[in-house]
Design a protein around this ligand. Structure first.
Ligand SMILES: [Zn+2]
Length: 70
C-alpha cells in the first residue's frame, strides 16, 4: 500500500516540475529583428518581416490602429 502512495507522489512531482520549467507561453514564437517603418526604431516582431509590408513597433502599431478606427 505504501509503495503505491509513493509512486503517485513521485508522478505528481515530476509533472509539476515539467509544467513550471516549460515557460511555454513566453517563448513559443521566434522573434525577428525589425525596424519600425514609422519611427525607425528597432523592434522585434513575432513574424518574419517582409519588404512588401511595413513593420511597426508596438507603439506605432497601436497608434495606427487608433487612427484607422477614427
Ligand atoms: Zn515605431
Amino acid at each position: 500500500m505504501e509503495g503505491i502512495m509513493e509512486r503517485r507522489f513521485g508522478n505528481r512531482d515530476g509533472g509539476g516540475r515539467h509544467f513550471g520549467g516549460g515557460g511555454f507561453n513566453r517563448e513559443t514564437r521566434e522573434m525577428h529583428d525589425a525596424v519600425c517603418a514609422k519611427c525607425k526604431k528597432e523592434c522585434k516582431v513575432p513574424f518574419k518581416p517582409s519588404k512588401d509590408r511595413p513593420v511597426y513597433c508596438r507603439e506605432c502599431f497601436q497608434k495606427k490602429r487608433e487612427e484607422e478606427e477614427q
